[in-house]
Design a binder for this molecule. Structure first.
Ligand code: PEP
Ligand code: MN
Length: 347
């Protein structure tokens, strides 16, 4: 519907759909109301609906995708993280998000935030609720971890992203962070997807480790369907027969996702490879194949890290990577995003 379409016009179109045997679901995105129907729309019906007052256009999207499809929206979606003036994912700038796998303590967060800011990361990551494979592994600091992360947001001026693992936690995580991460193990937790979407915060949606690209995009569809178009996809490796890397980084899926959807796509070279020496080469490869940015584990005392220390870059390794990344990012016609807000880098 056109942005200023009236309630009566909307009801008239819903009536038209019903008369033609089509069910409709309405969804609001920004100030635009969309009527989505599952049944196939014949050209005749499409023409009738298109002529109705208040209608902007009728888009027929083949396949299972709707809102995530490039056919529905040909131009790239840009996702703003944090307040205006902060990083935008999916635009001309290549965005690097970095930080520890898990928030462990105030001194750890001070130390890691300092090194990632100094090297030019523009968003800080850190897990407070950790979905661990084993119940005996460190489960994260929970609410206390969120508070420590929010402290870094104030101290550094960087927006923060953190994982949310249950729908019940969405509200408190959304209050303390700028972007909600949905992890690989929860990619098809549909209640969580809906709740994250309803929070209005941008959502960083990791690919399920055994999910097809179609399933990944349909998970994004759940978030968009409740009216949240700020979704950023993240390829983080899929399960393969080869155990020499932690997962198998599927860069072909990145290029293909960029073709199929208008949503930005990030790459996590840390969880996908599980090896610090592979993080650099895969970061450069990700920038080359069209990714919009990276999500990287950095720790200043990886040997004593409570989570995933064996894949984290040191501050020095991260700084070297950022230097190597710049010419590659520029070679593909983009620029490396730089911190713009009041941050330690400028102090
Ligand atoms: C993470 O980024 O902290 C994480 C747990 O990643 P994934 O869900 O991809 O395993
Ligand atoms: Mn991890």
């Amino acid at each position: 519907m056109r942005p200023r379409a009236t309630r009566e016009q909307l009801e008239y179109v819903i009536g038209l759909l019903h008369e033609n045997g089509l069910t409709s679901v309405s969804s609001t995105m920004a100030d635009i109301v969309m009527l989505i129907t599952e049944e196939s729309v014949t050209p005749d019906i499409a023409a009738t609906i298109e002529k109705a007052p208040g209608v902007d256009r009728v888009v027929v999207v083949p396949g299972t995708q709707r809102l995530t499809s490039r056919i529905f929206r040909p131009e790239d979606t840009r996702v703003q993280v944090g307040p205006a003036g902060g990083p935008v994912i999916g635009g001309p700038e290549f965005v690097v998000i970095a930080g520890p796998c898990a928030v462990e303590s105030a001194p750890q967060m001070n130390s890691v935030a300092d090194v990632v800011v100094a090297s030019g990361a523009v968003v800080l990551r850190g897990g407070a609720f950790k979905p661990r494979t084993s119940p005996y592994s460190f489960q994260g600091l929970g609410l206390a971890g969120l508070t420590l992360l929010a402290e870094q947001r104030r101290r550094t001026g960087l927006p923060v992203v953190t994982e949310v693992v249950t729908a019940d936690d969405v509200k408190c995580v959304a209050e303390e962070s700028d972007m909600l991460q949905i992890g690989t193990r929860n990619m098809q937790n549909f209640d969580l997807l809906r709740a994250a979407g309803e929070s209005g915060r941008p959502v960083l949606l990791k690919r399920g480790m055994s999910s097809t690209i179609e399933e990944w995009l349909l998970a994004a569809e759940y978030v968009m369907h409740v009216g949240n178009s700020s979704v950023v996809l993240c390829e983080r490796g899929i399960r393969s027969y080869d155990r020499s890397t932690r997962f198998t980084l599927d860069l072909g899926a990145v290029a293909e996702a960029k073709r199929l959807t208008h949503l930005p796509v990030l790459v996590d070279p840390s969880h996908s490879t599980g090896r610090p020496h592979l993080v650099g080469p895969m970061s450069l490869a990700a920038a080359s194949c069209g990714a919009d940015g990276l999500l990287i584990d950095v720790h200043t005392d990886a040997r004593n890290a409570l989570c995933d220390g064996n894949q984290a870059l040191s501050g020095e390794q991260f700084s070297t990577l950022m230097e190597r990344l710049r010419p590659v990012v520029e070679a593909v016609g983009r620029t490396l995003a730089r911190p713009r807000s009041q941050s330690l880098a400028q102090v």
